[in-house]
Design a protein around this ligand. Structure first.
Ligand SMILES: C[S@@+](CC[C@H](N)C(=O)[O-])C[C@H]1O[C@@H](n2cnc3c(N)ncnc32)[C@H](O)[C@@H]1O
Length: 453
């Protein structure tokens, strides 16, 4: 049991640290010219990860914090595919021909809203412009309620080998409050169809902290879903950011669980999934012991990027599509957020790339990013080793010592000289531990990030 005192001290609003610096540090000072230079400077032979964002859904879920909109017109959906192809060509022109790609991830939104012929064209373009490695993971997010019959065979034929599907919660009252009605049968049927199409790896997303959720209810959902034997699960704490995502204001706020209930729900799901044979990974993932993600976590090779946790070793991530983020050695860039603005920038002859903001990484950022990524992925960071690798002074993290000491006294970390280990009790508070190394953190700023648990 975590005491109310600990919850009030550690339950603040924090980033998810899918990058460092985080997107909160992006500014308009970084633009297309930086993206152009950073693409051209990617070392030859370095494998890339590609992310393609499709912001369309067939229906909007009230809890959703992602960049999504409903686009019913199939011509509009196909036109978006043409924009992706245009941007991919501009990216490839700057990188040079035949760059190796180790990972292709389609996210959204719901990328399976693209007409089948459009998805095929974009995948063919990727294979023409880049050299997709035989061992590459090719993954896509889908919505079990709206997966057209012809899609699973298409995904199999195009080489997709992993799908991620949203479930969130199976309780009808929770589903009604969230505007997402999805039966267990729809989820089971979707998994059967993608597996029949030869797609080996299936991930399911769950959320706790939604309106009307209870400990018992989320435990029942986790048990039903685990019985479907997905390879992985992502268990997200609901991020309530109505100041940023207006649709969330339509949720019944009084029915939102408080911090102690959220923590209890998280713990119940964790217990159910571990009992069902899953390994806990990082902040919010679970995988079967033989899954590549579980093996990577064990081997210390797990990585964190804008999609969450990944086994992909590529150090360059190129994001394509509206709002997509790219990560290069020198910095991070983001495309225009809305589809209209993204299309406008691609049509502008003066604009070479649809990038509108980003951040340049300093040596200090890279040092701190390594500590934060180690904590988020391995639940362990050797501060002396990381400082040495960055040629930083031994005492460069001395300012974090008092707070680390407090976290150790509270049982969330153990300290062995310069080595921090996050305990199981500390796992739900991983972002709190990581935040000690975030030089941009403004503790009082509650309007930028969602609650840390
Ligand atoms: C980009 S969405 C794609 C979901 C997929 N299109 C579907 O409908 O099943 C990926 C996942 O983000 C998670 N998610 C979305 N909004 C969230 C929020 N506000 N807080 C926590 N997780 C959220 C959900 O678990 C969701 O399945």
């Amino acid at each position: 049991m975590v005491s109310p005192d600990l919850l009030s001290r550690y339950g603040g609003n924090l980033p998810r640290y899918t990058s460092y610096p985080t997107a909160a540090q992006f500014t308009g000072d970084i633009g297309p010219a930086d993206a152009d230079a950073w693409l051209r400077a990617v070392p030859t032979g370095a494998a890339l990860s590609l992310y393609l964002h499709v912001p369309f859904c067939d229906a909007l879920c009230l809890f959703c914090g992602c960049n999504t909109a409903v686009m019913r017109n199939p011509d509009g959906r196909a036109a978006y595919g043409a924009l992706l192809i245009d941007e991919l060509s501009r990216v490839a022109e700057r990188l040079g021909p035949g760059r190796p790609v180790s990972h292709v991830q389609w996210g959204g939104g719901t990328p399976t809203t693209l007409p089948p012929g459009t998805l095929r064209q974009v995948m063919q373009t990727i294979r023409r412009l880049f050299s997709v490695e035989d061992s590459a993971e090719i993954a896509i997010e889908l919505d079990p309620r709206y997966l057209p019959d012809d899609y699973p065979p298409l995904l199999g034929a195009l080489g997709f080998n992993r799908v991620s599907l949203g479930v969130q919660d199976l309780d009808p009252e929770v589903q009604r409050a969230c505007g997402r009605i999805q039966s267990h049968a729809q989820t089971a049927d979707c998994i059967r169809r993608v597996r029949d199409a030869g797609i080996r790896s299936v991930n399911i997303d769950l959320i706790y902290g939604l309106p009307h959720q209870t400990e018992q209810g989320v435990g029942d959902t986790a048990a039903s879903v685990a019985a479907l034997r997905p390879d992985r699960l992502a268990v997200f704490g609901y991020a309530h950011v109505p100041w940023k995502q207006k649709r969330q204001a339509l949720l019944p706020a009084p029915a939102l669980p408080g911090p102690a209930d959220r923590l209890a729900q998280r713990a119940r799901i964790d217990a159910v999934l571990r009992r069902a044979g899953y390994r806990a990974i990082g902040l919010d993932h679970y995988a079967r012991p033989a899954d590549r993600m579980a093996l990577a976590a064990e081997a210390g090779t797990l990585r964190r990027n804008f999609q969450g946790y990944t086994v992909d070793p590529a150090s360059v991530l190129v994001g394509v599509g509206a709002s997509a983020i790219s990560a290069f050695g020198p910095g991070l860039t983001q495309n225009a957020t809305t589809t209209a603005a993204y299309a406008r920038l691609l049509a502008d002859p003066e604009r070479i790339l649809p990038v509108v903001r980003g951040v340049r990484r300093t040596a200090q950022d890279r040092l701190r990013a390594d500590v934060i990524e180690a904590l988020m992925c391995d639940l362990r960071a050797d501060l002396a080793d990381i400082a040495r690798r960055h040629a930083a002074p031994d005492d460069c993290f001395a300012d974090a010592a008092p707070a680390l000491g407090q976290l150790a006294a509270d049982g969330f970390v153990t300290l062995d000289g310069p080595v921090i280990r996050v305990t199981e009790a500390g796992r739900p508070f991983l972002r709190t531990v990581a935040a000690l190394f975030d030089a941009y953190r403004a503790p009082a700023d509650v309007t930028r990030h969602a609650a840390a648990i």
